[in-house]
Design a protein around this ligand. Structure first.
Ligand code: SF4
Ligand code: SF4
Length: 344
């Protein structure tokens, strides 16, 4: 939610944005237009990465206003076929795969079947898995330019479906689900009858409890932060703790943490962004990692890894979904490689 009363019209949001990078005067003028509901190029140029919610020094949530204006004006052009995929995703048949009663419950959202070989090994042994449309968290709809779908009814239904498991704690594999449950619920005054646990926290705690099994990797890695992490950035400290526990050194690079870039997946779906432009942003990000000395490229979000694993590999950086990197540190063999697909 945008908090107009907090906004001082400083323009920082549109100045710091990697994709718009407006000069100060233009940034202030265009943001004023957005507040007034007047046409602004921001609504078609913004790629919905949500980073400016973090850039704003006042906590006013500028992206939430931009996103509302994108929907009102219809100027954010998202490819229709990808819109359809998003909408079909919400209707994916749901399934509960029962595990052992004393083991945790994990929500896989829509991603249970997209990454073969990922949900294997001791980290996932005996867990109960939830997957499908009933467990879709809706926040991803901001990237389609339709924030009205991230509403009280949809989020309450998501929470109720999770609560029906009667679990005290639910691990969220997808960063978006955690962002919905920890951040978005506050806007709608929805309370949770269970504790949401981020996959990063689960992995950190698991590694701490099994330290005797860990062979430190002594590897330099770069991390692809998902856009949804902008809503719950505080967990980044836990991620750094996890990397340290497994001997993965997160290289210092330009496009990380507050300054992270989107993986390129949103631009791929935007009709006004050419394939060349999309690729050039993806490569800027990857080359930044490579030049900082990364030997492996680590992903949290399945969509980020599917769009970039081949490119990372081609630049000599082995792609891993985060839990697979942890499995290697625990001495496990990966049946489908680090990226949920064997790459040449
Ligand atoms: S959401 Fe991202 S692309 Fe859009 S204005 Fe904010 S920082 Fe820029
Ligand atoms: S939303 Fe925040 S960063 Fe943007 S103009 Fe207002 S106060 Fe400045």
């Amino acid at each position: 939610m945008f908090y107009e009363e907090k906004c001082t019209l400083c323009g920082e949001c549109l100045m710091k944005c990697h994709y718009l990078a407006y000069p100060e005067n233009k940034a202030k003028e265009e943001f004023q237009k957005l507040i007034n509901g007047e046409p602004s190029p921001v609504t078609s140029e913004c790629i919905t990465c949500a980073a400016c919610n973090m850039y704003c020094p006042e906590g006013a949530n500028p992206f939430d206003l931009i996103n509302v204006r994108q929907e009102e004006t219809g100027t954010f052009k998202f490819a229709k076929r990808i819109l359809k995929m998003f909408d079909m995703g919400t209707k994916t048949p749901s399934k509960i795969i029962k595990g052992e009663p004393d083991k945790p419950v994990m929500n896989l959202c829509l991603f249970g079947d997209m990454l073969p070989g990922v949900f294997e090994g001791q980290l996932y042994d005996g867990l109960t898995f939830l997957k499908g449309g009933d467990y879709f968290c809706w926040i991803g709809m901001v990237h389609t330019g339709r924030p009205s779908l991230v509403n009280k009814i949809n989020i309450q239904r998501f929470v109720d479906n999770l609560a029906a498991t009667e679990a005290d704690e639910i691990i969220l594999f997808h960063d978006d689900c955690y962002a919905t449950l920890v951040n978005k619920v506050k806007e709608f005054d929805i309370s949770l009858p269970f504790k949401p646990i981020h996959i990063i926290e689960y992995l950190r705690d698991y590694v701490k409890e099994h330290q005797d099994q860990v062979n430190k990797l002594n590897i330099k890695i770069a991390y692809q932060q998902p856009c949804a992490s902008r809503y719950t950035f505080e967990k980044d400290k836990i991620l750094d703790e996890l990397f340290e526990l497994i001997g993965a050194e997160r290289v210092k690079r330009k496009y990380d943490k507050e300054s992270a870039l989107c993986c390129g997946g949103i631009q791929a779906a935007m009709e006004n962004v050419s394939a060349e432009e999309e690729n050039s942003w993806r490569m800027k990000n990857l080359m930044d990692a490579k030049e900082a000395g990364a030997e492996a490229y680590i992903f949290l979000c399945p969509l980020c890894i599917m769009g970039n694993r081949g490119r990372a590999k081609a630049q000599g950086m082995e792609p891993y979904i985060l839990s697979n990197l942890v499995r290697v540190a625990l001495g496990e063999e990966l049946t489908h490689g680090g990226a949920g697909k064997k790459l040449d």
